[in-house]
Design a protein around this ligand. Structure first.
Ligand SMILES: Cc1cc2nc3c(=O)[nH]c(=O)nc-3n(C[C@H](O)[C@H](O)[C@H](O)COP(=O)(O)OP(=O)(O)OC[C@H]3O[C@@H](n4cnc5c(N)ncnc54)[C@H](O)[C@@H]3O)c2cc1C
Length: 473
């Protein structure tokens, strides 16, 4: 099953033309703006009179907060739905970062809604806040369900706070995060039954439900439907497992991939249908397309899933979700040379991306590894780089021996400030390279980062231990 030979030729990965910002994205952004405008306009028409004192102003504000919260929740779901036109333009990592940024705003507006509406009704009824809360929960249709929904959303929100999230196992966080979906669904009936903008306006009710249906449709179609269709169409199976270096294996996956839209540098979520693995899908970059259209993913063993891959048997069925990601050759400005900077197993997407660069791209590849044994694809990288008029620098050693600073980058690649820069490695490594690139005056839009992190904690400030992970493992 497993060997050390490198039996296959790597072929170009790209099977779709470079995309800039397709009109579909502008259309979706415009649609989202129009819908938001319509929601606010209908609220303005139906809100209580603002001349009625502080309580009615608070009531109107609370109603607006509820509407905005629900609208933000729909946007958040849409960002996580893997809508192809959004994903291929912005990349899944950026979409999920936006999704994570919207989360706290969504929760805050919903909590403000619950508090201000309760306090405003209490003031109008001249009762205490708790008595009023009890009265609302027991009198208004569907409100108890919405209260449960808000509690579920708060649980998911707290679990996603990076201080909590980093203490949880990925799978535990993921299970808790799912409660967000339940919470959002439980809140819908009370919006239609009690919302001032909906009661007595059946057309508005149907339009609002139509928005939810659109979001649900996108989630079902792109998160479940498309992966199932692709898996059935491509029939991926494990062909072989090859040892690349200590603790690093390549899984070769065969299938009818000739029609798979794929660009070098992209990744997919892989679910190997083997005992103990079938229940979890993990993101791994495609490190190359081999002869016969077989895909290769190359994985460093860091935890239970990645460690188990060397035990995969040929013939094991695979479910794939993707490919995703905008870390591709199309992010490069035409004609501009590139610098590709990788640490450790971060070389995987860069290996595939190299194949999509034109012969004159003059790639400067800086490949950082802790020691010589950790260097992978050495026999492939040299020809791929020199064939495109580039240079390969293997920086072997720890951070002290191989610091990544502006002056070091400039000494290795003198014209680096004029290049498009791709960086792949742990978040701490990416942060160090970004800092050096900033010192060199490279504009941020010319730097493309794949930090092997997709989820909310990834957006957190770089942590000390991550910076120390820059030793290239
Ligand atoms: C876009 C992307 C591309 C990647 N490409 C590669 C690659 O080519 N080669 C490689 O070796 N590694 C790659 N990784 C990292 C790889 O996904 C993790 O190392 C792996 O999932 C760890 O799982 P584990 O069970 O072995 O370890 P664990 O100890 O369970 O997890 C270690 C960390 O990996 C992350 N992680 C775990 N499970 C998941 C999951 N299901 N989805 C998302 N993140 C998860 C979490 O941040 C977690 O803290 C990539 C990650 C991303 C986001």
């Amino acid at each position: 099953m497993s060997g050390t030979a490198r039996p296959n030729r790597i072929v170009a990965a790209a099977r779709r033309p470079p995309r800039r910002r397709p009109r579909g994205v502008d259309g979706l952004v415009a649609l989202a703006g129009v819908c938001l405008g319509a929601v606010v306009a209908q609220w303005w028409v139906t809100k209580p009179s603002l001349g009625g004192g502080a309580a009615t102003v608070a009531l109107a504000a609370g109603q607006l907060a509820g509407l905005l919260g629900a609208y933000l929740a729909m946007l958040g779901l849409l960002l996580a739905a893997r809508v192809p036109v959004l994903e291929s333009t912005l990349g899944l990592d950026r979409l999920l970062r936006l999704h994570a940024k919207l989360g706290p705003w969504t929760l805050c507006t919903m909590v403000i809604h619950a508090l201000t509406v309760t306090l405003a009704y209490a003031a109008l009824a001249e009762t205490g806040a708790l008595a009023q809360f009890w009265s609302i929960v027991t009198t208004y249709e569907w409100v108890p369900l919405a209260a449960v929904g808000l509690s579920l959303m708060l649980v998911a929100g707290v679990a996603s706070w990076w201080r909590i999230r980093r203490r949880l196992r990925y799978e535990s966080w993921w299970a808790l995060h799912l409660s967000m979906y339940g919470g959002i669904a439980l809140a819908v009936p009370h919006q239609i039954a009690n919302g001032a903008i909906f009661v007595g306006y059946p057309v508005v009710q149907w339009l609002w439900l139509g928005l939810y249906a659109l979001v649900l449709g996108a989630l079902v179609a792109f998160r479940f439907g498309l992966p199932i269709v692709r898996t059935v169409r491509y029939r991926p199976r494990v062909a072989d497992v090859v040892t690349e270096a200590p603790g690093v294996v390549s899984v070769i996956i065969e299938g009818a991939f000739h029609r798979l839209p794929l660009a070098g540098g992209q990744f997919a979520h892989w679910r190997f249908l083997a005992r103990g693995l079938w229940w979890q899908a993990h993101p791994y970059s495609i490190s190359g397309v081999l002869d016969g259209g077989r895909l290769r993913v190359t994985v460093r063993a860091v935890g239970d899933h990645s460690r188990a891959l060397n035990r995969l048997r040929p013939g094991t069925r695979v479910l794939m979700e993707g490919p995703y990601g905008a870390f591709t050759a199309s992010a490069r400005q035409p004609g501009r040379p590139v610098a590709l900077i990788a640490a450790g197993v971060g070389i995987t997407p860069i290996r595939a991306l190299l194949e999509d660069l034109p012969p004159d791209a003059a790639p400067a590849v800086l490949y950082r590894a802790h020691d010589h044994d950790d260097l992978i694809f050495q026999d492939e990288l040299g020809p791929a780089v020199s064939g495109r008029g580039g240079t390969l620098h293997c920086l072997v050693g720890d951070r002290g021996e191989q610091p990544i600073t502006a002056s070091r980058l400039a000494s290795l690649v003198p014209d680096i400030a004029g290049r498009t820069v791709y960086v792949c490695g742990p978040p701490g490594f990416a942060a160090v390279v970004l800092g050096a690139a900033k010192d060199l005056g490279i504009p941020r839009h010319r730097i493309h980062v794949e930090a092997f992190r997709l989820h909310p904690a990834d957006a957190s400030p770089v942590r000390r231990e991550e910076v120390s992970a820059c030793d290239g493992r």
